[in-house]
Write a protein that binds this ligand. Structure first.
Ligand code: ATP
Ligand code: MG
Length: 470
């Protein structure tokens, strides 16, 4: 059973349950019908004998007999006559009636147990009597007839068999029906199990397809529904989506890193070749070594930044968050970064106090540092950077505005991409990961990162925290 399919197991359980329940139902029905039939037989017996008891009279003198009905019966008895009315029923529905006195049978069928003198008379009581030909019910009534000094007895008998034979007929019919019922239970159970499990088979097939075809973009499609199987399919699809996403990110990371490292590696390699193959002065060797050092530092920076980025990106769902004072966080970063004074740029800030959000302090600090660093790096001599934090109706807006070189329209859509630098000549020593970090951190906080920029005039980066996710 352990190795059998689920459909098989459900069919067996279902069929067993149907058979047990119907068996019990049949048993109870037969027991009840037997009891009801027996009760009917007894009641009929009592009724028939009671009716017959009214049909007997005794007359002492012959001339008092009425002879008004040609079908009435007259029997000479003791010193008079017994009149048995034609309504007296001797035999009906298996019930036999016979008339006795203390000496024996007076009138009636002598072929059944009614004639049995050994069986003592009991007034108005139905008693079962076992005989060679089966069980009989016997019912006696004593008749205290006028003018007779000793009592008469009316005895009715009926075989209990008639009820048994009816029950037997029902039993036979049921026994014939049981194989049909079993067949129906098995076929029905199999069809129900097959139907109920068909979405699971679909899920298995889809999972096999994904595994076999190595196509992570495939999803389980079992149509609309809200039962357990559909919610399982949804969970699987969500899992596949997450797997696909993380697989794609992994691939992207590998290709980005190798792409970014290729240039410094070739520069180092070319520089080494040049230095080794040609006679050079000590200064030239120093220059070559400095270049190699610069490139290797760049490589190290790319690798470190990339690993940090990937850690944040992958653990986005598990980043620990708490209620933080964003106003205090922004003020403290501004205070520190105002000291840079690179290119004689002035950093001004307008920060609304007591703005709290649910977030990660370190990541938000990093986001702000990246934006302000860009503002410095791509700012003009004697320029200014304006930082603002304010809460609006449904959002909190953090913006970093500069009056620097601005961004070309053709580049503006790409600046958030990893390793993208609009003007590599100006981005010496940069990795092109700063804004990718900014966007990722904003997403982790359910915020939107936007930019408005005009070439030669300046740029304004905004992070919009929606209050619904705060
Ligand atoms: P790093 O990883 O060191 O930050 P980066 O500054 O070059 O390197 P990003 O911060 O991602 O990389 O910025 C991407 C590009 O967007 C920059 O190379 C630059 O061309 C452009 N950019 C970003 N901020 C500004 C700005 N404030 N003004 C003008 N151009 C900008
Ligand atoms: Mg940057």
């Amino acid at each position: 059973m352990k190795n059998k399919s689920l459909i098989f197991k459900i069919t067996v359980w279902f069929s067993a349950a149907v058979i047990i329940i119907s068996g019990a139902a049949v048993f109870v029905t037969l027991a009840i019908s037997r009891a009801v039939l027996q009760r009917d037989i007894r009641e009929n017996l009592i009724e028939t004998i009671e009716n017959n008891s009214d049909e007997i009279e005794f007359y002492k003198e012959y001339n008092r007999l009425e002879f008004d009905d040609p079908y009435d019966l007259y029997i000479e008895y003791k010193d008079g006559y017994l009149e048995i009315d034609d309504d007296f029923v001797r035999s009906v529905n298996g019930i036999e009636t016979a008339l006795f006195d203390n000496d024996g049978l007076i009138y009636g069928d002598s072929s059944n147990i009614a004639k049995d003198k050994e069986l003592p008379f009991e007034n108005k009581r139905v008693s079962p009597v076992k005989t060679d030909s089966g069980v009989f019910y016997v019912y006696d009534i004593t008749l205290n007839v006028k003018d007779l000094d000793s009592p008469l007895w009316l005895r009715g008998t009926v075989s209990a068999k008639s009820s048994i034979s009816q029950v037997n007929t029902i039993t036979k019919a049921v026994l014939l029906l049981i194989p049909l019922l079993v067949a129906f239970a098995i076929i029905g159970g199999h069809l129900i199990a097959k139907r109920a499990l068909s979405p699971i088979i679909d899920i298995k097939n889809a999972a096999d397809d994904i595994r076999g075809g190595n196509d992570l973009s495939k999803r389980i499609e079992i149509g609309e529904g809200s039962d357990e199987v559909h919610s399982m399919a949804d969970s699987f699809n969500a899992m596949f989506e997450r797997l696909e996403d993380s697989f794609n990110k992994e691939q992207q990371l590998t290709s980005d890193i190798s792409h970014e490292l290729r240039t410094p590696v070739s520069v180092i390699s070319a520089q080494c070749q040049l230095a080794l193959n040609n006679e050079a002065s000590a200064d030239e060797y120093v220059e070559a070594l400095e270049l190699v050092e610069r490139q290797s530092q760049k490589m190290s920076r790319v690798i470190n930044e990339m690993l940090t980025f990937s850690r944040i990106e992958r653990g986005a769902g598990n980043i620990s968050k708490e209620m933080i004072d964003l106003s205090q966080c922004v003020s403290s970063v501004c205070e520190d970064m105002a000291l840079i004074k690179d290119k004689n740029i002035t950093l001004l800030s307008s920060i609304e106090p007591d703005i709290f959000i649910w977030g990660n302090y370190e990541l938000l600090t990093r986001l702000l540092i990246n934006l302000i660093s860009n503002a410095y790096r791509y700012g003009k001599e004697n320029g200014r950077i304006e930082i603002s934090l304010k809460s609006l109706d449904n959002s909190i807006v953090l913006s970093v505005k500069d009056d620097g070189i601005g961004i070309d329209k053709s580049s503006i859509g790409k600046i958030w991409d990893r390793f993208y630098r609009a003007d590599p000549s100006r981005s010496d020593g940069s990795t092109g990961l700063g804004l990718a970090f900014v966007r990722e951190i904003a997403q982790i906080h359910g915020a939107e990162a936007r930019v408005e920029s005009q070439k030669g005039i300046g740029s304004c980066f905004s992070i919009i925290f929606k209050s619904s996710v705060l």
